[in-house]
Design a protein around this ligand. Structure first.
Ligand code: PLP
Length: 250
């Protein structure tokens, strides 16, 4: 596979601004940070390693059952200062069960907490990090394939670069309908896709244009699913456009 040729956020530039202005550099890597598990995709995330803090969700691209969010904070002292507080019932002891070098309660707002790390650790033991990296690459390839498929289809319009796993596009039909009509068509199209059970794309608005937002993060998705999806988008799009004819002459 090729590296994605369309860039995502310029994290190096953001890190430079943060350093120059004395700002905290937080990276919301909810889904994307996990692409670092693929050596081929890692360059897309260049600059992420300079973050003061990095959040990411193992329940997304690592397929861990809900929920397993993680945050890494570079400065242990700053992290502890933000959350540590003293109460009698949490006072540290030097002996007995409450004797420990650090208290988890000093790193967040939670006191009682589940052992989420176990499912993450077991999954890594069972599958290995490299396998997750390969499955992530597979999704990125699928997104690129859909992006190319959309570009080749005159009735579809891509609205954003494909840098990792997300493809944003809309049905535009033939004959240059106005923006209000396109928004209405695509809102209807999204609902029909969901209700038909064929696929569950998400949605967003880019530059004022409503569009379908397809995220590839299922390891069971196959190449042929992409073609089926495109055919359904075209079929439903035409059906919707036909039911809303444009004023004569347009
Ligand atoms: C999914 C996502 C979130 C929400 O994270 P949860 O931990 O699942 O609530 C935040 N930011 C981005 C960029 C996301 O993709």
């Amino acid at each position: 596979m090729h590296e994605p040729d369309e860039p995502g956020d310029d994290l190096e530039a953001l890190a430079d601004v943060a350093r120059r202005e004395g700002l905290w550099f937080h990276v919301d890597g909810a889904l994307g940070a996990l692409a670092a598990l693929s050596p081929r995709l890692r360059p897309v995330l260049r600059g992420m390693e300079r973050a003061d803090s990095l959040a990411f969700d193992l329940h997304k691209w690592m397929h861990i059952p809900f929920e397993a969010g993680c945050v890494l904070v570079r400065s242990e002292a700053a992290h502890r200062r933000a959350f540590a507080y003293q109460t009698e019932y949490l006072a540290q002891m030097t002996r007995g069960l409450a004797a420990r070098p650090s208290m988890f309660s000093e790193y967040g707002v939670q006191l009682s907490r589940g052992f989420r790390a176990l499912k993450v650790w077991m999954s890594l033991k069972a599958h290995g990090a490299a396998k997750y990296g390969r499955l992530i690459e597979q999704n990125v390839e699928q997104a690129r394939a859909l992006g190319l498929r959309v570009d080749a289809e005159p009735e579809l319009q891509r609205l954003a670069p494909v840098s990792l796993d997300i493809v944003c596009f809309r049905y535009v039909g033939r004959g240059a309908p106005d923006e209000a009509r396109l928004d209405a068509w695509n809102r209807e199209l999204l609902c029909r896709l969901h209700e038909s059970g064929v696929a569950v794309p998400s949605y967003t608005t880019l530059g004022g244009r409503y569009c379908l937002r397809v995220c590839f993060n299922n390891h069971r998705t196959r190449r042929e699913d992409i073609e089926l999806f495109v055919q359904e988008v075209l079929r439903l799009g035409r059906e919707i456009a036909m039911a809303s004819p444009m004023a004569s002459g347009s």
